[in-house]
Design a binder for this molecule. Structure first.
Ligand SMILES: Nc1ncnc2c1ncn2[C@@H]1O[C@H](COP(=O)(O)OP(=O)(O)OP(=O)(O)O)[C@@H](O)[C@H]1O
Length: 596
């Protein structure tokens, strides 16, 4: 910079300083000074003073200007500290909120119209009016929420039930057992219940009942509320025995129902937890539904069932490559057991059996031995408790094993499959207790007889099975035990000890299967490792549907195996939720004295 530039700058700066000291006014703003200097520089630039363009560019930079502005603001506020309006501004907000609530309560009361006006009480009240109760209800387009019946002995018409949360219940004026004397001035003596219903149906607005109150009133106790899992479907519209179809509650297998009233041995009152409503609905009681199931069961002709059979199969196929898999985890090599193809194949052949596991099977939810409602409670595993057994279920080829394998690979120290038992001799590279527990046929059969296998079968004259003990040992080691199982075997695992969490692996649509399984391989009964054909995909879809139809109520989670990575992510999060979040489980699992 040439000598003349500093002179020019000094002149402007001193001009500013002079102005400040003379006037004793506000000091010049830094930004004013800056713009003045820039003006001076521009002037010098016009005179081609060398090097000044750099300084000009620097001082003109946006960031410098912004910094100067920030500095000035801070400077200004450090001098004149604004005084707070009040020390607790949030108190003001609370006060305003309270006032607003009061005003809105005022408006609600002010706008409420209490119409329709209730009918006046009749003048000609009978002499024994003490024993009578006059009740006026306004229908308001909603059902009355009560049913009536003829009392068998006295022949009088009484209130049979009052639906929880319904109009009659909310009025607190009608009770089961109250005897109807008049409805809207019409005596009911001699009328059939249906005729009384017709009077009620025709009534608009206010309905007046004259009743003789029941002498002993059943007090419904909220502690009696229980939750159940429906093990059967129910459609009130198709049930001719229901006292009032409109009051019925439809449900599907697997739904969780809150039972609010079990006073009647035949008809309970319930709400569906997944679609809560104010008003309860009528459902058949456990015994009544069971009876209906039996009647239905005997009225159907079923093919003989195979469920009682073990999953034995005679497999006349050439030996197949053993699908062994080692997982490298740092320096440790972990053998992932339970993926032997032979063990799976002996089961695979029985797949036709599994789905024919029809309504007469004792394992099946339709069976005689299973109640249509299972009492359930919310259960969340304590951090120090054993993990819940994770069971993967799905049609053959859908990717159950692929997903299970991937899950274990994510963290083999945390997830593990049990080591299967077999009667086949060990191969040279195999170790007892690593790939398999090698046992004699006698020992195996003894174990099977004493129900120690969750599942077993035969392949090429050798038996293969997964024992409860091996599952237990994985859980005892503090790991998450992951197994895959044929769906009809789930019932064996539903114990207090194992508390299984069941994940159904569902195939995507056929078109997505065609796309995603283009390069995947399937092992069939006749061919080793060939590509999927359209028939395989159709069969997979068909089997999946049957599995869902028959066992869907037992599935805690359904994962569609479309994109493999996504499905694996979903599985990982499902397994985590199973261990860490609350779920509905059978009440018996938490019952201290009923260990299974
Ligand atoms: N989402 C997916 N996308 C593409 N290929 C998949 C997917 N899931 C699984 N596969 C592949 O499909 C084939 C069959 O999978 P897998 O062996 O896991 O079936 P499975 O359900 O265990 O049936 P099975 O017990 O009869 O063997 C494998 O080649 C697997 O890699």
């Amino acid at each position: 910079v040439s000598a003349s530039a500093p002179q020019a700058l000094t002149a402007s700066a001193s001009k500013a300083a002079l102005s400040t000291s003379q006037n004793h006014q506000e000091p010049w703003c830094l930004s004013q000074l800056l713009s003045m200097v820039i003006d001076e520089l521009s002037f010098s630039l016009d005179n081609n003073v060398s090097g000044l363009d750099i300084l000009h560019g620097l001082l003109n930079a946006q960031w410098l200007q912004s910094l100067v502005k920030v500095y000035e603001c801070l400077h200004k506020f450090s001098k004149t500290r604004p005084a707070p309006t009040m020390s607790q501004a949030s108190v003001l907000c609370r006060e305003v909120r309270q006032k607003l609530a009061l005003l809105s309560a005022h408006d609600s009361v002010a706008q409420k119209d209490y119409n329709p006006v209730l009918a006046p009480l009749p003048d000609n009240l009978p002499e024994d009016e003490e024993a009578m109760r006059i009740v006026c209800l306004v229908k308001n387009n909603q059902p009355l929420g009560a049913t009536i019946k003829r009392q068998e002995t006295a022949g009088s018409i009484v209130i049979a039930r009052v639906i929880h949360g319904g109009l009659a219940d909310r009025s607190g004026l009608l009770f089961p057992g109250d005897q109807l004397v008049e409805v809207n001035g019409t005596p009911v003596d001699g009328l059939e219940p249906e005729q009384v219903i017709q009077i009620l149906v025709r009534s608009q607005g206010t309905i007046m009942f004259k009743l003789i109150p029941v002498s002993y009133r059943q007090i419904s106790c909220s502690q009696n509320v229980i939750y159940v899992r429906a093990m059967a479907d129910y459609r009130p519209g198709e049930d001719t025995s229901i006292p009032c179809v409109a009051a019925g509650l439809a449900f599907k297998r697997g739904d969780i129902l809150q039972i609010v009233d079990r006073n009647d041995i035949h008809w309970w009152q319930a709400k569906n937890v997944s679609s809560p409503s104010i008003c309860a609905g009528l459902i058949p009681s456990n015994t009544l539904l069971k009876r209906k199931q039996k009647e239905f069961w005997w009225s159907q002709s079923f093919p003989p069932h195979n469920c009682m059979k073990s999953t034995h199969c005679e497999y006349q196929q050439e030996d197949m490559a053993i699908d062994e898999k080692c997982v490298e985890t740092g320096k440790v090599t972990t053998f992932v057991a339970g993926f032997r193809k032979s063990a799976r194949l002996c089961r695979r052949n029985s797949k036709s059996n599994q789905l024919l596991c029809n309504a007469r099977s004792p394992d099946n939810c339709y069976s005689n031995s299973v109640w249509p409602y299972e009492e359930v409670v919310r259960y969340q595993r304590q951090a120090n408790a054993k993990h819940r057994l994770v069971i993967l279920v799905g049609p053959s080829g859908v990717g159950v094993n692929e997903l299970r394998r991937r899950l274990i690979e994510i963290n083999p120290h945390h997830f593990q499959s049990p080591v299967p038992h077999t009667t086949r001799p060990p191969k040279s590279h195999e170790e007892d207790g690593r790939e398999y527990h090698f046992v004699s046929r006698e020992s195996f059969e003894a174990m099977a007889l004493s129900q120690r296998f969750l599942e077993y079968g035969e392949y090429k004259n050798h038996l293969y099975g997964t024992s409860t003990e091996t599952v237990r040992s994985v859980l005892d080691a503090g790991k998450v035990c992951v197994i895959d199982l044929e769906p009809h075997r789930i019932y064996l695992t539903r114990t207090k000890e194992l508390k299984p969490y069941i994940v159904f692996i569902k195939p995507p649509s056929i078109s997505r299967l065609q796309q995603t399984r283009k390069y995947s391989r399937i092992i069939t009964e006749y061919y080793v490792n060939r590509s999927f054909k359209d028939e395989d995909l159709e069969e997979m879809e068909d089997t999946a549907k049957k599995m869902e139809d028959h066992f869907g109520h037992l599935f805690d989670r359904v994962i569609v195996n479309d994109d493999l990575h996504l499905a694996c992510g979903h599985l990982l999060s499902a397994v985590r939720q199973a261990q860490e979040e609350p779920h509905w489980v059978p009440e018996a699992w938490l019952c201290p004295d009923m260990d299974s």
